[in-house]
Design a binder for this molecule. Structure first.
Ligand SMILES: Cc1cc2nc3c(=O)[nH]c(=O)nc-3n(C[C@H](O)[C@H](O)[C@H](O)COP(=O)(O)OP(=O)(O)OC[C@H]3O[C@@H](n4cnc5c(N)ncnc54)[C@H](O)[C@@H]3O)c2cc1C
Length: 518
């Protein structure tokens, strides 16, 4: 790997060396291709890995091409390191509250940010074997390390130090993901900034951190660094945090982040950055007030840009635009032999969505209708997601605003966690479960949960929606006591109670009166 690429994986310690040997082995030699592949997969992030491994498992001849690090964003600079950092930050935050549980720790506690980051790197390296070139080779995938590009209707050229190769394909899958979008903020480029590709290489805690963008990545990192002890300024152009989420839910997360010490500068306008002797100076207008703050580092987290450049997409007639490669519901591009999956073609930029899309690509690319299983369609997916702040905020299906826009009539019920025994006992009673049910039916259209483990709790509603099980099924499902998952049953019971009408009660009263007759 070039120094620039390795730079993303600093420090050059034993953990990162293990990681690199797994996902970009230094002495790798690319295989010599023999004949045409059933499928050539460009990019070995989640979408590419899953496509390749399932296809090989089914007996197809598969090539997987990765120019940087197998595992893509998720393993190297996304979900895995961020959740490692979040875990450590939560431990630090919990420690500050242990007095409440009767544990009085000495004041001279030593906080070691470097050790917390080393733990993350160690665990990331441990997990990396799953995505390694060695493992995929053993499982029957031809792994090519190098940059891939379409050069003909049925050919991809791989170029890199591990050997240039020409791969012929019957089908191809574009799984090249994305990278951090950089806003045109005056002075930002000159002052320098971190993105998700570099923030996890920090070994020293920035005393002052500016985070631009209060979406999921910005919020997760802003809260974590505030908990580590940085003075964090979170700058967001829209109102509040997590602008796409249910406002009541986002506000609960926002309140906790403010308690954790994050200074939120939302509705931010005219942001400018300048490099000064004291650090990076940010000036911004938030809610009509001018702010002028100086920080040691700036983290940019304003969204993602698709990796479409240098792929030779024009050569093979694959259309794309600023949001990525264009696909239809079957994940077929404008070239019928070429498919796409993951962040490169989806507004659902999540690992589990990339995984689900890879499975759709396999079915549609390798088992073409009418010989195969019938087409799989992305519209059939029920995709939940979660922002892993504390509390977590998870969602599946429609929001109220979506239902309004589509003219769907629905009823919304909310049950607060401060009425759930386990949440009270755990000291995590801020939050709620909110459910949207189609009017005159028990069909669940969507749900939002804010809770310590909302990411786990949302699966109950996701399963119900996928299986077509309605609110009645959840209401009649036994939940162990005391668990936080009871909140899901309690919110559904609100719907049940609301539908227990006076008319029904009157009929029952008549029945009971009859049963009491002499
Ligand atoms: C900080 C952060 C935290 C996140 N946390 C979560 C989370 O908690 N949960 C969740 O579900 N999602 C999370 N995500 C999103 C998740 O990481 C992505 O949705 C997922 O990685 C998408 O997978 P992918 O395969 O589409 O793309 P990627 O993971 O981006 O992989 C694409 C691969 O293609 C390679 N490539 C590009 N061009 C070429 C080429 N020409 N030739 C060969 N290879 C090429 C790239 O090097 C890369 O390895 C997070 C993302 C970030 C940045």
């Amino acid at each position: 790997m070039s120094d620039a690429e390795l730079g993303k994986l600093l420090p050059n310690d034993e953990h990162n060396r293990v990681l690199v040997e797994n996902v970009h082995p230094s002495k790798w030699t690319n295989p010599e291709p023999s004949g045409r592949y059933n499928i050539v997969v460009l990019g070995a992030g989640t979408a590419g890995l899953v496509t390749a491994i399932i296809a090989a498992g089914l007996g197809a001849k598969v090539a997987l091409v990765e120019k940087h690090l197998m595992g893509g964003d998720c393993l190297n600079v996304g979900c895995v390191p961020s959740k490692g950092v979040i875990r450590a930050a939560r431990a630090w935050a919990d420690l500050r509250k242990v007095g409440e549980y009767g544990l009085h720790i000495p004041l001279a506690v030593k906080y070691d940010f470097g050790a917390a980051m080393a733990r993350m790197r160690k665990l990331r390296a441990r997990i990396s074997y799953n995505d390694s070139a060695q493992r995929y080779t053993k499982l029957g995938v031809d792994v090519y390390i190098g940059s891939g590009r379409f050069i003909d209707a049925d050919a991809i050229q791989v170029e890199g130090p591990a050997g240039n190769r020409l791969l012929k394909f019957a089908r191809a899958a574009i799984c090249t993901g994305g990278r951090a979008a950089i806003p045109p903020t005056p002075g930002l480029k000159e002052a320098g900034y971190l993105t998700n590709e570099t923030v996890f290489s920090l070994t020293e805690l920035p005393q002052r951190l500016g985070v631009i963008g209060a979406g999921p990545i910005g919020c997760e990192m802003a809260q974590s660094f505030a908990r580590f002890g940085s003075q964090v300024y979170l700058i967001e152009a829209m109102h509040g945090i997590l602008p796409n989420e249910d406002r009541d839910a986002a506000e609960i997360v926002e309140q906790q982040m403010v308690k954790d010490g994050v200074k939120l500068l939302c509705c931010g306008k005219d942001l400018q950055v300048t490099q000064t002797d004291q650090g990076r100076r940010l000036t911004v207008n938030s809610h009509g007030q001018h702010y002028d703050v100086t920080v040691d580092e700036i983290l940019v987290a304003v969204g993602r840009t698709p990796n479409v450049e240098g792929l030779g997409l024009e050569t093979v007639g694959v259309e794309f635009d600023r949001s990525g490669v264009k696909v239809d519901g079957r994940l077929q591009t404008t070239n019928s032999r070429i498919f796409a999956a993951g962040d490169i073609c989806s507004r659902y930029k999540f690992t589990h969505a990339a995984d689900a899309m890879a499975q759709i690509v396999i079915q549609n690319a390798l088992f073409p209708h009418p010989f195969g299983l019938g087409y799989a369609n992305i519209d059939s997916l029920v995709i939940p997601w979660c922002t892993f702040t504390q509390p977590e905020l998870a969602h599946v299906g429609l929001y109220e605003k979506d239902a309004k826009a589509k003219g769907i009539e629905m009823e919304t019920y909310t049950f607060r966690l401060d009425e759930v025994d386990r949440a009270i006992l755990d000291g995590t009673a801020e939050g709620f479960s909110r459910i949207h049910i189609q009017k005159a039916t028990d069909k669940i259209l969507g749900a939002t949960i804010v809770a310590a483990h909302a990411g786990d709790l949302i699966s109950e509603f996701t399963l119900a929606m996928k299986a077509g099980a309605g609110a009645k099924t959840i209401a009649s499902t036994i939940h162990p006591y005391p668990t936080q998952a009871e909140v899901n049953k309690k919110v559904v019971n609100l719907w049940r109670k609301a539908h227990f009408t006076q008319g029904t009660k009157n009929k029952l009263m008549k029945l009971f009166a009859w049963m009491r007759r002499g």
